[in-house]
Design a protein around this ligand. Structure first.
Ligand code: OGA
Ligand code: NI
Length: 387
């Protein structure tokens, strides 16, 4: 596949600036084809309290996994995940991965104050004057900085959201100082600390995933590059939208990496997950939880025993929404393929040819969010002679 373009194919418009201009009709480039539009606009925070009592059936609290005991046991020096202590947790995670590809974690070891501080730091950034934010305008070369589109296809239908993207790990790949916002003044420090803690959580979840598939607990981490796994952070900002039923904050996609840990807005819903029956359901985050979902690399490594699941973001007319997504990714140059231990009698053949994450992520960087098209295409290559 050709390398990403060096620059965006069209002038970049900040969705936040559009929203704040007070327009009542959204520009045509944000209008999705009818089949991609949300069925109903999600309820805004103003009516949320009322809904809580009589919640519509399309608003769902996806499985909640409590990591408290496991973390306690490990801190006390007991064998946690690999020993008997993690049984309940691994079973809960396995069930959630099979049924949803999504779950929430509570008592996950990341301090709620740090979560709030990180979210507020990024809220603070998006509240800075436009001219200041523009200093961090990103390009499709690395995506680092302030962005308003994914993909470089000219004339693509765009999403109703802006974002800020950074590399956190490994150290050698970390975004240089110039890419980090100077304001709020604690943004870099808080994000780095937040990143370190969430990466630790990802490492724990990697062990839980390995054990839940009957592998030794270090298997996933090893297969994804050991201590040199990558982590990136995307702060998503979805402004209010005068016509929320015509567009999406983020189009349907599965995440290309291994694992995503999402800190959702504490007041405003917006994340929707495609359930097994094809219906889109809105996720109701529980307090102080993270929303975790497995990405395409886990689907590849597990030979599709765990599948990455499509999700998208809907916007609303009353409230802006913010979320922080930490993407835990394989080291860029390690070929990832189905684990031989999992390509067994009941699960043949190996569905995916080996591919590095550096190569895999070029697709989304070129084409933007396209449901599960990429991993489906990779599957098609598994049996072709050149592989
Ligand atoms: C993402 C994502 C969901 C959200 O950034 O990949 O799916 O709620 N975000 O912002
Ligand atoms: Ni996502």
């Amino acid at each position: 596949m050709a390398d990403c373009m060096q620059e965006w194919p069209e002038p970049v418009v900040r969705v936040q600036a559009l929203a704040e201009s007070g327009l009542s009709v959204i520009p045509r480039c944000y209008v999705k084809p009818p089949c991609d539009r949300p069925a109903v606009a999600p309820a805004a925070a103003a009516v949320q309290a009322q809904l809580e009592k009589d919640q519509p059936s399309d608003i769902i609290s996806i499985p909640v996994v409590d990591l408290g005991e496991l973390l306690l046991a490990e801190d006390g020096g007991a064998v946690g995940v690999g020993g008997g202590l993690g049984n309940d947790v691994t079973e809960a995670v396995a069930a959630a991965c099979r049924e949803w590809g999504f779950f929430q974690v509570v008592n996950h070891g990341v301090r709620p104050e740090l979560m709030r501080a990180a979210r507020e730091a990024w809220r603070g950034f998006f509240r800075r004057p436009l001219a200041e934010k523009q200093r961090y305008a990103n390009s499709p070369r690395t995506y680092e900085g302030y962005g308003s589109r994914l993909g470089v296809q000219k004339g693509a239908v765009l999403d109703w959201g802006d974002y800020f993207f950074l590399y956190l790990a490994p150290e050698a790949a970390k975004s240089q100082a110039k890419f980090w916002p100077a304001n709020p003044s604690n943004c870099k420090e808080v994000s780095e600390e937040y990143g370190r803690e969430v990466v630790r959580l990802c490492e724990l979840l990697m062990r839980v995933l390995s054990v839940s598939l009957g592998l030794d607990e270090a298997h996933f981490q090893r297969a994804f590059g050991g201590a040199d796994c990558g982590a990136t952070l995307r702060a998503n900002y979805y402004p209010r939208c005068p016509q929320p039923d015509l567009t999406l904050g983020l189009s349907a996609h599965s995440d290309p990496g291994a694992l995503t840990v999402l800190l959702a807005d504490e007041h405003v819903r917006g994340l929707q997950v495609r359930r097994g029956d094809g219906e889109w359901v809105t996720v109701q985050p529980v307090r102080d939880a993270f929303i975790v979902n497995v990405g395409d690399q886990v689907q590849i490594l597990s030979n599709s025993m765990y599948k990455s699941v499509e999700h998208r973001v809907v916007v609303n007319a009353e409230e802006e929404r913010i979320s922080l997504a930490l993407f835990y990714n394989p080291k860029g140059d390690v070929p990832v393929a189905p684990a031989p231990e999992l390509v067994t009698a009941g699960n043949l053949p190996a569905l995916y040819p080996p591919m590095t994450f550096d190569k895999y992520r070029l697709y989304v960087r070129n084409k933007g969010a396209r449901g599960k098209a990429q991993i489906e295409a990779l599957k098609g290559q598994a049996s072709s002679p050149e592989n």
